[in-house]
Design a protein around this ligand. Structure first.
Ligand SMILES: *[C@@H]1O[C@H](CO)[C@@H](O)[C@H](O)[C@H]1NC(C)=O
Ligand SMILES: *[C@@H]1O[C@H](CO)[C@@H](O)[C@H](O)[C@H]1NC(C)=O
Ligand SMILES: *[C@@H]1O[C@H](CO)[C@@H](O)[C@H](O)[C@H]1NC(C)=O
Ligand SMILES: *[C@@H]1O[C@H](CO)[C@@H](O)[C@H](O)[C@H]1NC(C)=O
Length: 186
């Protein structure tokens, strides 16, 4: 019994020593990463989800056998590379792209699982990205989805995005959605 306990303690301390020796983890100060004061930014843009025509920016990549008979299209998965513009007009200045996946994840109402990265291409945020993961009940007026992280100037980002449909073309399925994103970052 005593030997077993000693063996255990030996391995326990050996493991700690090994962890220290390999430098697997350590505590650092925020200033060592150049992090100063946390700030709150508001981003405003329009998201163009074009599913029709030859220049579609969102394509259906998978579906279930039951998708076409489901009232909510349950099981359909779409991959997007949607332009983000400053104004609602498709010809207005492109500020980034929404790249990711949305899938119909609710059998009772149209509720999408959204998993995407906003890749920004304008101003100081050019080259920085934000990641969104949330639920989008597309027929509700304003949908709120969490911003779960970011890169570049958006390192350590957290916040939320509010989406409101600007126009939805019932014939083609194309949509323009207004986004307001509030994000804490350094
Ligand atoms: C697709 O894009 C091309 C090149 O920008 C353009 O000439 C064409 O009119 C577009 N087609 C449609 C259907 O929007
Ligand atoms: C569902 O409908 C779409 C569009 O009409 C069609 O392209 C697809 O083949 C259908 N899928 C199944 C599994 O029936
Ligand atoms: C964004 O950055 C890329 C790569 O550094 C550069 O080529 C591009 O011109 C920049 N865009 C704007 C609008 O500043
Ligand atoms: C953000 O995304 C763009 C394009 O998807 C990529 O080129 C860039 O390296 C990313 N930025 C960072 C800081 O990871």
């Amino acid at each position: 019994m005593i030997t077993e306990t000693l063996d255990f303690l030996f391995f326990f301390f050996a493991a700690i020593a090994a962890a220290k020796a390999t430098g697997f983890s350590r505590t650092v100060s925020p200033s060592s990463l150049g992090l100063r004061k946390e700030k709150l930014s508001h981003l405003h843009f329009y998201f163009h989800d074009i599913v029709s025509g030859r220049n579609a920016t969102a394509v259906r990549v998978a579906e279930a056998a039951m998708t076409n008979t489901s009232a909510t299209g349950f099981g359909v998965v779409t991959m997007m590379d949607d332009p983000l513009t400053e104004g609602p007009d498709a010809g207005s200045k492109v500020v980034g792209r929404a790249q990711g996946i949305y899938g119909s994840a609710d059998q009772k109402e149209v509720g999408l699982l959204m998993v995407l990265n906003f890749a920004f291409m304008e101003g100081k945020y050019n080259g920085s990205n934000l990641s969104l993961l949330g639920r989008n009940s597309v027929f509700s007026k304003i949908r709120e989805m969490p911003i779960v992280g970011g890169s570049g100037l958006f390192r350590f980002a957290r916040g939320y995005a509010q989406a409101e449909t600007h126009t939805f073309n019932l014939e083609t399925g194309d949509a323009i959605v207004e986004y307001n994103v509030y994000v804490f970052h350094y």
